[in-house]
Ligand binder design. Structure first.
Ligand code: PHE
Length: 359
């Protein structure tokens, strides 16, 4: 072949080859076009073979360059189509698996547990009154849980709180039965008044029925200073009750006994369902009696009292110079009252049908 013949061969087949390589609509057609035009028996190979037979070096150069240029161009066209077909195949595959036009799935939004909300609310009210949150261990020394709180060994008051004892190789260790040990720790740590803390956390008692759980949560307030009086306690409880339950609820104090306070009281609030009348309201029975307060007009919500001098002594404070009050409230009980929950166990089962009611 002469140079001119090689050129004409390249020209003649080039357009056809490019159209076939660019236009192949599927991988099989593209492969067939590649074999036909770029393969061993294609026109490019034929042209390349002829180059070697040209007589003039100049012609060889020219023809060689022409062959290489055409070859590179067609390789590019081939590669571009190869990529395009791969992309299309991938898109088709994805489209088969999912309908991308469907609306997206919203992730569901969670919310706080009613117990957490109640706990936060109580702590926030106390914080507003100057009580700083404090925490202590749940596995507690007998000393902090009992002794320091004026509940010596063999004191019948130990029976008030049926205790889980922890086998600690001879050491006297319990699962704390209340959050009061935290107040003992706080007083010992502070060393001197004033002191205003809210102690919160889990507590444990051998109890298990619809209104008692072996584990529950308490929050305790402790205020120690000079000249803290029972009136301060009452005012604090009144504010607390109105903020947590409803404006206008009345507080009633009944004499009671706790080893760590003297005098001690049970704190009742006027029933917010029937307005303290014992009748009517939104949870009245058929005969009109309020079910929440069992027609008494009052609901018991916590224990409180003036810190017993013996507790001050055990906690290295001088009862001749300081006084203080303390109160302890069950968080579950507050949550159950506020939300009208009748079984404490609902608070721990994490049943979504239940939890979804407290957005
Ligand atoms: N610690 C008591 C209890 O768990 C509650 C309480 C705290 C009572 C502080 C009086 C003062 O029963």
């Amino acid at each position: 072949m002469t140079l001119a013949e090689i050129e004409s061969l390249l020209d003649k087949s080039f357009a056809e080859a490019r159209a076939a390589l660019a236009g192949a609509a599927n991988p099989a057609a593209l492969e067939a076009a590649r074999v036909q035009f770029l393969g061993q028996k294609g026109f490019l190979q034929a042209a390349k073979k002829s180059v070697g037979q040209l007589a003039s070096v100049d012609d060889k150069k020219k023809a060689g360059k022409l062959c290489n240029d055409r070859d590179r161009e067609l390789q590019d066209v081939y590669q571009a189509n190869l990529d395009r077909l791969a992309r299309e195949a991938r898109v088709a595959e994805l489209a088969q698996r999912q309908d991308i036009t469907l609306p997206g799935r919203r992730s569901r939004r969670g919310h706080r547990h009613p117990l957490s909300t109640t706990c936060d609310d109580i702590l926030a009210v106390l914080q507003g009154l100057g009580f700083e949150p404090a925490e202590g261990p749940e596995v507690e020394h007998d000393f902090y849980n009992f002794e320091a709180l004026n509940i010596p060994r063999d004191h019948p008051a130990r029976d008030m709180q049926d205790t889980f004892y922890v086998d600690a190789g001879g050491a006297e260790v319990v699962l704390r039965t209340h959050t009061s040990p935290v107040q003992a720790r706080a007083m010992l740590a502070a060393g001197k008044p004033p002191l205003r803390v809210s102690c919160f956390g889990r507590v444990y008692r051998k109890d298990d029925d619809p209104t008692h759980s072996p584990m529950f949560h308490q929050i305790e307030g402790l205020y120690v200073d000079q000249n803290v009086t029972f009136a301060d306690l009452k005012g604090t409880l009144q504010l607390f009750a109105e903020r947590i339950f409803a404006p206008g609820v009345r507080v009633r104090l009944r004499p009671s006994f706790f080893p760590f306070t003297e005098p001690s009281v049970e704190v009742d609030i006027s029933c917010f369902a029937c307005g303290g009348t014992g009748r009517g309201g939104n949870v009245a029975a058929e005969d009109g009696r309020c079910r929440l307060c069992k027609a008494t007009g009052f609901i018991e919500i916590m224990g409180a009292g003036m810190v017993d001098p013996e507790v001050f002594k055990a906690c290295k404070l001088d009862p001749d110079h300081v006084t203080g009050f303390a109160f302890g409230i069950g968080v579950e009980r507050v949550a159950m009252l506020r939300y009208g929950i009748s079984d404490i166990r609902l608070l721990y089962e994490n049943d979504e049908r239940f939890l979804a009611q407290f957005p």
